[in-house]
Each structure stands twice: as C-alpha cells, then as structure tokens.
Design a protein around this ligand. Sequence first.
Ligand code: AMP
Length: 281
Amino acid sequence: MQIVHTVEDVRALVNDWHETGLRVAFVPTMGNLHAGHLQLVALAQRLADRVIASVYVNPLQFGENEDFDNYPRTLGEDSAALADAGTDALFAPSDADIYPEQQTERQAIQPPDALTDILCGEYRPGHFAGVATVIKRLFDIVQPDIAVFGEKDYQQLLVIRWLVKTCELPLEIIGAPTVREADGLAMSSRNRYLTEDQRAVATSIYTSLCQARDRIRQGEQDFRQVETGLGQQLEAAGLRPEYVSVRRKQDLALPEAENDELIILVAAHLGVARLIDNIMI
Ligand code: AMP
C-alpha cells in the first residue's frame, strides 16, 4: 500500500491510475479504523479498480466542547489494517494540506438548513458545514470516480449527496450498510470511550430500534408514540437520549404520506460517549 501525505503526491498517484483507465474509489475516514470502515473498503474494491482511503481528523466538524482533542489517533494501526485489507493507497494529510492559508472561511460549504438544523445538526451546530467543507476539499484533491460512506451516519450521507449534486461533482456516492458488533451495537470509534458496564447498556440502542421498527412494520401509525416509547426504553436502560425521530428516508423530513419510506434515528449519551444509530423500516 502506498502512503501519501501531500496534495501533490496524491494527485500524481490518482492521475497515474486515471491515465491507465482505472476507476478509483475513495473512502474518507477519521481513522481509528474498525470492521465498519474496512467493509467500506471491501465494497469500494468491488466497485472500482483502485481504492484510496484517507485518515484525517477534521477540526472543522467538532464543536468547542466536543472530543477533538481526545479523538483516538492510531495512524500506525490504521495503516496496517488498510494494507491488510488490500487498500491500494492511504492519504494521511496534515492540517496545512487540507486547509492551506488561502483557504479562508469564504470557501466553507453551508448545506441547507433543512438538512443541518435537524437531528444531529440541532445539537452539533456547524458540524455538517464542517463535514461538507472537508469532504469537498478531499474530493477536489483526490478526484475519485466514486466515494463510499456508511449509512450509520445517515444524515452525513445525505449532506454528501447534497454536496455532490449542488456542486455538480463528477462522482458517484455509494452508501454502505451499518456494520454491527455481535450484539447489534453499531461499530464506532467512539465505542472505545465506554466502560465495560456502559458497553453492556449500549446494546439496548439497537434492540430498542429493532422493536420500534417492528411496531411500525406491524401497522403502528402514531410515530410520536413510537418515538416516546423508544426514548423511554433508552432512558430505562441508562442512556440519555438526545433525539429519537421517525423520518422520511429520502430527505429526513417528517413523514407525510402513507407510502413514505421511513428511517428511525437516535442519538444518545452514555458516560462521555455520544452514540448514534438508525434503522430503516
Ligand atoms: P468516521 O471515521 O467515523 O468519520 O467514519 C468514516 C466512514 O466510515 C463514514 O462514512 C462512516 O459512516 C463509516 N462508518 C463508521 N462506522 C461505521 C459502521 N459501523 N458501519 C458502516 N460504516 C461505518
């Protein structure tokens, strides 16, 4: 696996691939890789000839009181895991590569309020602007043909789809299903913040989501009641839910029509960790 750190080197590498007619897939990450990330790589390998992953902890997408300083940085292990998985290249840029001085706030990307004022965006002001800005920059640098993102961060996936559409970027976005631990907990770099006891409690996020999904599948139309029930279940298990919401899958608006495709999304605090998950109906 080639490891590149600078904009110049990554551009030269991807250019070489493109010149020989190869299709390039990109998997952006913040590192501390787990099996969920590696599934994105595996999917990318099936869809393209070359796969490049990035590891960059983006300061712009963290709020002031969030875990930017403590976010696990494990580049050596990440690089070994990516190489084992057969990834062709790893882009590990510095802040100066991603945000050179001439890149001022003028270039910050602001997705529409309808996507950023709700759910995670309501509790993490500026987060999705930070995500859109870094991903636009990474796409401009790497210039992939496709990019793979996890459905675990479903709101983020829709922000990226909006970005590609609005900026008319010539690449395809692929969503990959959430990879879970054996007991259903969605894999996340933030799971490592959990104590053993909290880890046992965390499993109730997925079991409660499954129960809520089943209620709706069995015909429950009162989504507010489903949300309240799910929130109470999480609280009873020892979590502090931030939001619990039944939404329209296509745009995360509130459901309107009977045949809307739905998704249930949850964010909850447990100890120092903030965990998110969702389930499609
Ligand atoms: P992160 O490193 O947390 O920024 O995540 C990088 C990419 O991996 C994003 O597209 C995430 O949605 C995706 N991802 C994170 N956790 C999972 C998971 N458990 N299953 C599938 N994709 C995931």
